[in-house]
Each structure stands twice: as C-alpha cells, then as structure tokens.
Design a protein around this ligand. Structure first.
Ligand SMILES: [Zn+2]
Length: 299
C-alpha cells in the first residue's frame, strides 16, 4: 500500500519524511479536519507553493478579515496593510489595525520670494513637525554652503510653522486599488480539497482510481493535467443552496463540487461506471468560523 496520497511514495516515508497531519481544508481558510496521509515533503511543497501564495494573497486575506478566521497564527493582519502612494497625502502606511498613517514629507521650492514649503505629516506626529522641518532646513542650507546650528534651525522652523498659511486635515482618506486572483493557484486549492476529501470519504482505495491518479499527479506537479475534466463553473442551484461564508464540498454522481468563498468548481473525479460513482448527493459543510464540519446525505 502506498502511504502518501500525493506523491504515491515517490518521496519514501522515513524518519525525516514522516506522514504529517494534512489539513483537508487548509488552516488559513479555517479548516481543522486532518488526515495523516500526506508526507512531510509534499505537505511543505504545498506550503511553499500554491497554498503559501494563496494565503498571502489579497483575496484570501480580505476573506479572512470578513469571515473573522484566525487560522494558524492568532495574530490578525489587515489585507490592506502596507505602503501606498496617495494622490494628495503622498506616502502613506496602512497598519494591521487598518489605521492610515501619513508618512512625513517636506517639499521645499525656492523662488524669488524665498522658500515655498509644503509639509505633510500625520496628526499623531504633529509634535514632531518642528524638529523634522528644522533638520530639513539645516540640510537645505548646508547644500548652499550655509551652516546654521540646531538651535537656529529649530527657531526658524518654529517661526515658519507659526506663520504657516493653512492647515488641511484629511480625516477619512479614500484609498483605491486593484487586486488579481491567481486562477491556477485557486484551482489547485479546489483540486486539493476535492481529492483529499474524496480519499477521506471513500477511503484510501480511491487513490488507485484511474481519474484519481491524474488528480494526484496534478497536485504533485502543481500543474493541472490536460486529462482532467475540471474548472470553475456557475451553477444557480448550488449557488442558491450553499452560502458563501463557508467551504462546501458536494459529491454527486461522478462529480465533486467545491465552493470556497463563493468560487465554485466542478471536478469529474471518477468514471461513471466505477464503484465510486455515487447515487446520493453527499454534502460536506466546513464552518470556517468554528472549524466544525458536518456531512449529510440527500437522497
Ligand atoms: Zn508525498
């Protein structure tokens, strides 16, 4: 009997490569059901491959936030956290608590009337404005060969701020952007959930099915084989039946449907004349908030 359902023991099971607790629905989308049937090498290849890329992608980060999934690390990170350019605020940073911080910037233009200074600073950093401006002035003057002391520059900065023409406060900046969904990685995720749940449901023997061997090979290579009959679909009946908040697997006939956050895929998992072809409709629900799962059979 082969041990690892992904590489079919191409990576032999050893003390260094034991079978690990594989999450059928990955932890990063709230799955807790595990099976000890994937070797350490294959498990870590998923983590460094499509699973790792997806867990760091915007669409999964935002889904985690919306559905309040804590996942592996209990730390909550914002899907939006990072550095951005804002058209009027300049460089901004979004923190993990979704607070927007304007990074201090000073533009100094010199014209006939003197210096034209624009200072942008976050409200919480206002007390630093004087010292930031003083340092900048010191540098600007030094470039002109004029050396002023810290105290002189600080005094000048204070005067400039006192006489500053206007203050504009932006309290709720609008941020816009775009994101992309990696179709292939998302399909690989659906294929992995389908395959591992089919093995869980039908037992280890399913891996010897002729269609299953194309599935395990696709997962092993992380490349979708041409022979697979597998894609995202639209299905009004299923989309009505299954809510978008949870992960669902529906096994019916020789088709396995997976729905993750509203994306629905359909996989032909066996031939119609095989013993795995099922008369019933088998419905698995994975509650991503509680980590609990349930199964029901519809006649
Ligand atoms: Zn393996």
């Amino acid at each position: 009997m082969v041990n690892c359902i992904i590489c079919l023991d191409k990576n032999p099971i050893t003390a260094d490569n034991p079978l690990t607790d594989e999450h059928i629905v990955p932890e990063f989308i709230g799955g807790t059901l595990t099976a000890k049937n994937v070797c350490k090498i294959c498990n870590s290849k998923f983590g460094h491959g499509f699973e790792g890329r997806l867990s760091n992608s915007f669409i999964f980060k935002i889904s985690k936030q919306v559905y309040n999934i804590s996942g592996k690390s209990k730390k909550t990170t914002s899907a939006f956290s990072g550095l951005y350019d804002h058209p009027s605020l300049g460089k901004i940073r979004v923190n993990d608590d979704n607070r927007v911080i304007t990074l201090p910037s000073i533009d100094i233009l010199e014209d006939d009337d003197g210096l034209d200074i624009t200072l942008k600073i976050d409200k919480q950093d206002q007390h630093k404005a004087k010292s930031i401006l003083a340092k900048k002035l010191q540098r600007v003057y030094a470039e002109k060969g004029k050396n002023y002391s810290d105290a002189q520059c600080s005094h000048a900065a204070g005067k400039i701020l006192e006489n500053a023409e206007k203050e504009t406060f932006v309290t709720q900046p609008t941020l816009s952007g775009s994101f992309t969904v990696n179709r292939k990685d998302t399909l690989l995720l659906h294929l992995k959930i389908s395959y591992e749940l089919l093995v869980y449901h039908f037992g280890h023997n399913y891996i010897y099915d002729s269609v299953a061997s194309n599935i395990s090979e696709s997962l092993f290579e992380q490349e979708l084989k041409q022979e697979l009959s597998f894609n995202f679909i639209e299905n009004k009946v299923l989309e009505h039946l299954l809510d978008k908040d949870n992960v669902w697997v529906v096994i019916s006939g020789n088709i396995c449907n997976v729905m993750v956050f509203g994306f629905l895929s359909s996989l032909k998992f066996t031939e119609t004349n095989s013993s795995f072809n099922t008369e019933e409709i088998i419905l698995y629900k994975f509650d991503v908030k509680t980590g609990l799962h349930s199964m029901q059979t519809l006649a």
